[in-house]
Design a protein around this ligand. Structure first.
Ligand SMILES: O=C(O)CCC(=O)C(=O)O
Length: 497
């Protein structure tokens, strides 16, 4: 989407509840009110209502319509309506949605699909979102609406938009009853512009879309979308997609076919994901080594051309240079996960952040502050996007990609996700001697090693520290945040591979 685009959203909540919908409806027995046929009939009437609104305000040509149906119970008739009006209806409720999280995901993907299906060349477009509801449960309904607005806002902030105007019309009684909730809500800034401007503008066919207007402007102007942790953790889009199918063509099949994934064991237990470790051997100092002494890892192989290509894209988009190592992880479904941890920095170049690029279906990275466990944040991990994970955030926060068993199947990727964690590693296995050289070794340079060899009768590559010492040092880094003293814990270097 171009930077100059301007979207004006008019979000209307269309009320299906009986007391607003005509004498005809009131006369029906409750059972029939809930019957599918009746709902279908109401939806058809709603479509006419929307069309009439379009022609009556002259916005027919400049307006896109997007109907979102929020309902808290299964609503099968939506399926029929989608078949009849594929461009107009996007349901955000379905029988499978049982949790708030699942609802959020469905809302996000329906918003995403909506934008993906639009022409990227639109300028100054008005989009009307009609949010229809049958529900009487005000609190749940309001939460669903808030979720929708929040997700839409977050989504818009991620676009390269210079400005988006939202005008929302909520039902008056919804606002009245939920006013305390609106005011307490963490998005109260978003709602604070409530203008008490009740409008009875459109009672047509028994539908009401009048209520309280909310206007807001969402500003966003660059590709870096947000900041997490210590403020050094950001998201950058690496791949741009013009069309939804570009998303799957962009490397996905090659990633699944060309990367040699293997199982990995940690202290004898299989880890819940598949792994590939690849690095670029330096002709002078040797192969980069990133150590995890508790893991029985697959071999660290020379980086394959596909991964080099992806790494070059990451370097180009983030401006981070000198990457030489990648841990590639395949999360086959929502059960695959990585537990809470901090990356161990013994071998990671101190000036270079960790770069985590995602492909496939979306997951979330949860981060939790080590000192104040109540501080928790979520970083979305989406296809083609890269988290620049700052080393300060790594020191002060834990991160994890938890299980997500409620995850819905992405139409393109199913439940599969592949992450590429690129690092600049500063410890190497020297090709000729096999000795460890660099930041995490007692021998900071090859010269140090040669000098030691010529001045001592001992074999300098003989271990002075044990595997357990290294595991203890790693444990310390994992637990500590502000107090972690790199020099004290790692400064002497370790020869354990
Ligand atoms: O798969 C991911 O996105 C997380 C990877 C991760 O936490 C790690 O490599 O330390």
């Amino acid at each position: 989407m171009s930077k100059d685009n301007k979207y004006h959203f008019i979000i209307k909540f269309v009320d299906f509840r009986t007391r607003y919908i005509s004498d005809e409806a009131k006369a029906l027995p409750a059972k029939e009110m809930l019957a599918q046929d009746y709902r279908l009939h109401q939806l058809q009437k709603l479509m006419n209502f929307i069309r009439r609104l379009e022609t009556s305000d002259g916005s027919e040509k400049s307006s896109d319509n997007f109907l979102v149906e929020i309902d808290l119970s299964p609503f099968e008739s939506t399926e029929d309506m989608i078949r009849q009006s594929p461009n107009l209806l996007t349901p955000i409720s379905s029988p499978e949605i049982t949790t708030e999280k699942a609802r959020q995901q469905t809302i996000t993907s329906s918003i995403q699909n909506f934008f993906d299906s639009r022409e990227s060349s639109h300028h100054d477009t008005t989009i009307q979102l009609f949010i229809a509801t049958f529900s009487y449960d005000f609190r749940l309904l309001f939460r669903a609406i808030t979720t929708f607005v929040t997700q839409l806002t977050e989504f818009l902030q991620e676009l390269n938009q210079s400005s988006v105007n939202l005008q929302i019309t909520l039902l008056e009684d919804l606002v009245y009853i939920e006013r305390p909730y609106i005011m307490e809500n963490k998005h109260k800034n978003f709602f604070k512009n409530i203008i008490n401007n009740y409008s009875d503008e459109s009672h047509v066919d028994g539908f009401s879309s009048g209520g309280i207007h909310i206007t807001a402007t969402v500003e966003s102007s660059n590709a870096i979308m947000n900041e997490w942790g210590e403020g050094d953790t950001k998201l950058v889009k690496i791949l741009e997609f013009q069309h939804p199918y570009d998303r799957v063509e962009s490397y996905w099949y090659r990633i699944l076919n060309e990367i040699p994934f293997s199982e990995m064991f940690n202290q004898g237990n299989k880890v819940p994901r598949l792994i590939s470790i690849q690095s670029v051997e330096d002709p002078i100092v040797g192969r980069p080594l990133y150590r995890h002494p508790n893991d029985e890892e697959p071999p660290n192989i020379e980086m394959i051309p596909l991964v080099r290509e992806i790494m070059a894209l990451v370097e180009q988009s983030t401006g981070v240079r000198g990457l030489n190592h990648v841990l590639i992880q395949h999360y086959r479904d929502g059960r695959d996960n990585i537990a809470q941890h901090s990356d161990k920095t013994l071998d990671i170049d101190k000036e270079t952040p960790i770069l985590n690029l995602s492909f496939g279906c979306s997951r979330e990275m949860f981060i939790q502050n080590k000192q104040n466990r109540n501080r928790k944040e979520k970083i979305p991990l989406q296809h083609g996007e890269c988290v620049i994970f700052g080393l300060l955030s790594n020191q002060y926060w834990y991160h994890e990609v938890p299980k997500d068993v409620t995850m819905s199947k992405d139409p393109l990727f199913g439940t599969s996700r592949v992450s590429f964690t690129f690092r600049k590693i500063a410890t190497f296995v020297h090709s000729e001697t096999g000795c460890l050289i660099g930041q995490g070794s007692p021998f900071k340079t090859i010269n140090d090693y040669i000098l030691r060899q010529s001045h001592s009768s001992d074999d300098p590559s003989e271990q002075t520290t044990t595997r357990q010492d290294l595991i203890n040092a790693f444990g310390k880094e994992n637990r500590q945040s502000k107090d972690f003293n790199w020099e004290e814990v790692y400064g002497q270097g370790f020869l354990i591979k």
